[in-house]
Design a binder for this molecule. Sequence first.
Ligand code: DX5
Ligand code: ZN
Length: 223
Amino acid sequence: MHPNRLIQISPSVLSADFSRLGEQIKSIEECGGEVLHLDVMDGHYVPNLTFGPILVKAIRKMTNMVLEAHLMISNPDHYLENFINAGADIVLVHPSTCESVEDTLKKIRSLGAKAGLVVNPDEKLSLVEPYLGLMDQLLIMSVVPGFGGQSFMPEVLNDLPGFRQALDDHGILVEIDGGINKATMGAVLGMGIHRFVAGSAVFNKEATPGENFNVLQTLAVAG
Ligand code: DX5
Ligand code: ZN
């Protein structure tokens, strides 16, 4: 099997047309989409405000795809149960928002979901080192969290090669989020990243979300 075969594109609904959300999600699923990325923002940890568990629950009814909730919120512990009960399969939290990162990761897993940590562009990957045994996924932000449609920051990957062995030893899925599109993907392929979040490159006026998804997925597989 081609080594890139396992790469997944995870469309972020942040850039979707919410008046046609069901149709847009279906279009991706019909093109083989396996994961959806749900950007939850509280207007406090980040300046932007999006949606909460109510929408996650509605999306759960629309699709069988794996749902990953990227929580850009203060006090995520308070809402973990709500998001997981609503249907989130994976919960990704920013370490600085947790009272105890260890407890948060353990709680996510005890509620039956997969747990992940997110590293911002101004943070070091080594931030997650103490928690490798407690996490399933690492999300590397390649933009400052808060908004879709920003430019990819390649320098966030500088630390990754030195960290690769430890991540592999723990079986951690590595994902990148922000500014991924046809042009920037090339710089990231071959770095052992398993999952690429793409918002504005999937949901735009150029083509249907499914068609845009297909273009990115084909590029990923071709390497
Ligand atoms: C940014 C979000 C990203 C973003 C990706 O805070 O976490 O998931 O929506 O959007 P694009 O692909 O447009 O950068
Ligand atoms: Zn995100």
